[in-house]
Design a binder for this molecule. Structure first.
Ligand code: 5CA
Length: 438
C-alpha cells in the first residue's frame, strides 16, 4: 500500500478525551474514530489489526475442534422470555420494536439463539458433543462506556457454545476452551492469567476470566506473585488427550477477580499476594442445564431417556484485544505491534521522494516484497524524513526500511526493528531476503 493513497488520518496531538494509552494511540494512529458514545468506526489501519486478531482467534477455535457459524445480530424477545432473562437483563439490553410491533433486541450475547438452533436440530446423544462459535458485533448499553474500544457499547466478540450429554463431557469441553484460550492469547503475545470469576448475567457456578495484567485495566485482581514470572503456555497441545492436568497446572496458583476474592478465605499469605489491575480479554462459563431446561433443549440418552443437554459458553473480546495488545506493547513514540497483529509487516520509507534514484530503488524493493506476499506500507510522500519516521514509530509496524540518497549510492538500505535495536545498513538484496524469509 502506498502511503500517498492510504486513508490514514493520524493526529499529532494527544486527544483530550483519551485517558489511557491504548485509546490515545488508536486515535492518534488513525485506527478508530468515535461515532457516538462507546461506538466506533474502524479505519483501514485499525481494521487490518482487527482482522489479524480475529484470524488468530478463528484458527485457534478451529484447532480445538469448534465450528464457525453466524447468528443474527437482531433477536426476537420471545427467546429471552423463554430463558427468563428478558426482564433480568435490564437497561444494558438495546430493545427494538419492528414495524409489526414485535419486540426485538440487539444481541448482547447468544445463549438463547444457539439453544433454539440446537433444540430444533438435535435429538440424539449420538450427535454430541458439539461446539459452535461465531465472531460478531454485540451491543450492550453500558452505563459507562470508556477507554475507547476497551469498554464499548458496540464491540466485536468471539462467542462459543458447547453442548454435551453429561457433566463429564461438559467439563471436557470447558477444559478444551480453557486451553484454547491460553493458546490464543499466547499467540497474540499476551500472558493471560485464568482467574476464578463470578458468572453474572450469563449464569452458572463455574467460570474463569482470562486477565492480562495492566495498570490501566478495569478489573481489580488478586493473585499469587508467582504468576508474575509465568511464561505464556507453550503451544503444542493435543486436544484429544485428557486436558485436566493442563488445567490443573494453570489453576494451581491462586488468582481471583475482585468479585470472587475473599480476603478471609484467601490461601495466599499477604506478602505473596499481588494486588493489581488487569484487562479481561476472555471469560468462560459452565452453566449446565440453565438454558437447556428452560428452553427444552433435550436429547435421548443411550437408554432412550430424554435429558437436558449440558452447556457452557465462552467469550473473547476481539476488539478489546486490540487495546490490550497496545497497553502491553508501546513506548513514548507509539505502538509496537507483535508481527501476528501488525497491520503491515514492513514500513518502507523513501527519504527523498522525487529523487529519481531513490524512487527507483524504493519502487523495486516495494514490488519485490509485495510479490513475495510481504505486507508493506510504502511512504512515498513528499514529506520530511522526520515526519515519516515519527509516523512509522507511531503506527508501530514491526520493521522499518529507509532508503535515501546516500544509501542508494552505496547500494544499501537501513533496516530497523520497531521493538528496538540499531538500524543496520544492508544491501537491498539482504533486506529483501530478511523480510521475505521472516
Ligand atoms: N456469553 C458469554 C460468553 S460467549 C459472554 O457474553 N461473556 S462476557 O460477557 O464475559 O463477554 C465476553 C468477552 O467480551 C469479555 O471477556 C470481554 O473481553 C468482552 N467484552 C464484554 N463486554 C465488553 C465491552 N463492553 N467492550 C468490549 N469488550 C467487551
Amino acid at each position: 500500500m502506498r502511503r500517498s493513497r492510504y486513508f490514514l488520518p493520524t493526529l499529532r496531538e494527544n486527544p483530550a478525551e483519551a485517558q489511557i494509552v491504548s485509546h490515545r494511540l488508536m486515535l492518534r494512529a488513525g485506527m478508530i474514530r468515535q461515532s457516538s458514545a462507546g461506538i466506533y468506526s474502524w479505519l483501514p489501519l485499525g481494521h487490518r489489526v482487527l482482522r489479524k486478531i480475529e484470524q488468530v482467534v478463528r484458527e485457534e477455535m478451529d484447532a480445538a475442534g469448534c465450528q464457525e457459524i453466524l447468528m443474527p445480530a437482531i433477536q426476537p424477545a420471545e427467546l429471552w422470555e423463554e430463558s427468563g432473562r428478558y426482564h433480568d437483563y435490564g437497561k444494558e439490553m438495546l430493545r427494538i420494536t419492528d414495524r409489526h410491533e414485535r419486540p426485538m433486541l440487539f444481541g448482547p450475547t447468544h445463549e438463547e439463539v444457539v439453544t433454539d438452533i440446537f433444540r430444533n436440530s438435535v435429538r440424539s446423544y449420538r450427535d454430541l458433543p458439539q461446539n459452535l462459535y461465531q465472531i460478531q458485533w454485540k451491543f450492550r448499553d453500558e452505563l459507562r462506556p470508556r477507554f475507547g474500544i476497551m469498554r464499548g457499547r458496540e464491540f466485536y466478540m468471539k462467542d462459543n457454545y458447547s453442548f454435551d450429554l453429561d457433566h463429564a463431557g461438559a467439563v471436557r469441553s470447558y477444559n478444551k476452551m480453557f486451553v484454547a484460550y491460553l493458546r490464543t492469547f499466547a499467540r497474540l503475545g499476551l500472558t493471560s492469567i485464568p482467574m476464578q470469576a463470578e458468572s453474572g448475567a450469563i449464569g452458572g457456578d463455574y467460570s474463569h476470566e482470562f486477565i492480562v495484567l495492566a495498570d490501566t485495566g478495569e478489573s481489580a485482581v488478586y493473585c499469587d506473585r508467582a504468576w508474575l514470572d509465568t511464561d505464556p503456555l507453550a503451544l503444542g497441545i493435543d486436544y484429544e488427550a485428557d486436558l485436566q492436568p493442563v488445567v490443573d497446572e494453570w489453576t494451581r496458583l491462586y488468582a481471583a477477580t475482585d468479585d470472587k476474592h475473599d480476603p478471609a478465605a484467601c490461601p495466599v499469605p499477604e506478602d505473596a499476594l499481588y494486588q493489581g489491575r488487569g484487562i479481561e480479554v476472555g471469560h468462560i462459563f459452565y452453566f449446565g442445564t440453565k438454558y437447556s431446561k428452560a428452553m427444552g433443549a433435550t436429547v435421548n440418552d443411550p437408554d432412550g431417556a430424554e435429558v437436558a443437554v449440558e452447556m457452557g459458553s465462552y467469550g473473547i473480546g476481539v476488539s478489546r484485544l486490540a487495546g490490550a495488545i497496545i497497553e502491553a506493547s508501546h513506548d513514548e513514540a507509539g505502538i509496537i505491534w507483535p508481527e501476528v497483529a501488525a497491520p503491515f509487516g514492513v514500513g518502507l520509507i523513501n527519504l527523498r521522494a522525487g529523487d529519481a534514484a531513490c524512487d527507483q530503488a524504493c519502487e523495486a524493493l516495494y514490488e519485490r516484497l509485495v510479490e513475495s506476499g510481504v505486507e508493506v506500507l510504502y511512504d512515498d510522500r513528499d514529506e520530511r524524513a522526520g515526519v515519516k519516521f515519527a509516523e512509522m514509530e507511531l503506527i508501530g509496524l514491526p520493521w522499518q526500511v529507509a532508503i535515501g540518497p546516500r544509501g542508494v549510492k552505496a547500494g544499501t538500505a537501513e533496516l530497523k526493528a520497531r521493538a528496538g535495536g540499531e538500524a543496520e545498513a544492508l544491501s537491498f538484496e539482504s533486506v529483501a531476503a530478511r523480510l521475505i524469509e521472516g
